[in-house]
Design a protein around this ligand. Structure first.
Ligand code: ATR
Length: 296
């Protein structure tokens, strides 16, 4: 039986084994897919062992996405541009590195009907997650692509790194004041600590859409913000997770699984209908409740 794995540290939370098991069932293929915890110091040795053991492919997650690139025989152009590898494909003598995250992101936007072409797009954050989506995002031809960040130097560096592929306008969050965007993507990790970058009041144009690369609890702060901006659509990143997995699966198996039923199954298992449902007429109203000390 062909063997696959996802490697990272920590890894027990990974949904990749569930997703790939559903893909295998759906496409009638017999394979195994496990999650394996690998410490950074053991990465190089472990990849050699996996190769010797005959693994056909691996997904790579935190904290190995950057380091693993240096251990590959070849690295695809898109993975080089993303500065990270999330998919390893076995060759006779080693591993070919690829990155399906950006493709997964734009495929999920397409699935949701969120148009990029000709629209003003803002990406919040300038770390690894942002770097992974910028190539495919530029390829989708927005009228403007702005990257804003708390640390002002990082967007400048990204604009420089991607200049052969298109124009990225670097900004700080503060300097966004007065701007309007049609699509706002949260690629910061702030939601994992229950937070959100500090943003000027109104940023989303009428009819605009929001997308968060995070899902689950980490998506909640941005989801609430998107509602306060009256987003036409507000999506979390669970769809991207399934789409990037489908692209990896396709590279390994030569067949692309349908993603919608797998996403639905995953949401069912997580007990979530998608926290960021389309905004309709029945919007909850968020009152800012301030507790005042008792007055004498
Ligand atoms: P990832 O791989 O998730 O992108 P990263 O490379 O560490 O992780 O990048 C994290 C991103 O989230 C950065 O853009 C970071 O902003 P800074 O570069 O200014 O640190 C952003 N971020 C994380 N926590 C944040 C917070 N509380 N407010 C604003 N931005 C935050």
């Amino acid at each position: 039986m062909d063997r696959y794995a996802v490697i990272g540290q920590p890894i027990s939370h990974s949904k990749s084994p569930v997703i790939h098991a559903l893909f295998a069932k759906q496409t009638n293929q017999s394979l195994s897919y496990e999650s394996i915890e690998v410490a950074p110091a053991a990465l190089a040795e472990q990849l050699k062992i996996f190769h010797a053991e005959g693994l056909r492919g691996c997904n790579v997650t935190l904290p190995h996405k950057q380091a693993v690139a240096k251990l590959c025989e070849t690295v695809s152009e898109r993975a080089q541009l993303a500065g990270a590898v999330n998919t390893l494909v076995r060759t006779d003598t080693g591993w070919a590195g690829d990155n399906t995250d950006g493709e997964g992101f734009v495929n999920d936007l397409a699935r949701l009907g969120i148009v990029v072409r000709g629209r003003r797009v803002l990406v919040l954050g300038a770390g690894g997650a942002t770097r992974g989506i910028l190539g495919p995002l530029l390829g989708a031809r927005p009228s403007q692509l702005v990257v804003s960040n708390r640390n002002p130097w990082k967007p400048e560096e990204l604009a420089e790194a991607f200049k052969a592929h298109g124009t990225i306008v670097p900004r700080t969050h503060l300097a966004l004041k007065g701007d309007r965007y049609d699509v706002i993507v949260n690629a910061t990790s702030a939601g994992h600590a229950g937070g959100l970058p500090m943003l000027p009041g109104r940023l989303l144009a009428e009819g605009g859409d929001c997308y968060d690369l995070s899902y689950g609890a980490a998506n909640q702060p941005f989801c609430r913000w998107a509602r306060s901006q009256q987003a036409a659509r507000s999506a979390d990143g669970l769809g991207m997770l399934v789409e990037q997995a489908a692209s990896s699966y396709e590279r390994w198996r030569g067949v692309r699984p349908a993603t919608a039923p797998v996403l639905a199954e995953l949401r069912g298992q997580m007990g979530s209908d998608g926290p960021c449902e389309p905004v309709g007429a029945h919007q909850p109203v968020y009152h800012h409740h301030i507790e005042l000390p008792p007055q004498d």
